[in-house]
Design a protein around this ligand. Structure first.
Ligand SMILES: [Zn+2]
Length: 98
């Protein structure tokens, strides 16, 4: 079976698995050097992707995943903001789907 040709999947920086882009969440390093979740997926800057798994978000912010992908160090405040986003938005979406 030939694989259908389409836009390449993106890779979660924590687990390394590939997912369709719409199933991933983009974290961006802005030109100002800020790191934030980018719900629109369109913010200017260097992006990295995380899948919906809580473990991947925790690993992404606490280990080198996001920092290595974005080439920037992530402060404790930023980690908290990213995890807050996960709990408010990503975890909420999973509940809605169920
Ligand atoms: Zn993942």
């Amino acid at each position: 079976m030939a694989r259908p040709r389409h836009i390449p999947d993106r890779r979660c920086v924590a687990c390394g698995n590939q997912f369709p882009k719409h199933e991933l969440h983009r974290v961006v390093r802005t030109p100002d050097g800020l790191v934030m979740v980018d719900p629109s997926g369109k913010r200017a800057g260097r992006g990295a992707y995380l899948c919906k798994s809580l473990g991947c978000w925790e690993r992404g912010v606490s280990r080198a995943g996001l920092e290595r992908s974005l080439g920037v160090s992530i402060s404790g405040d930023t980690r908290n903001e990213i995890m807050d986003y996960y709990h408010r938005v990503v975890a909420g979406q999973s509940l809605v789907e169920g």
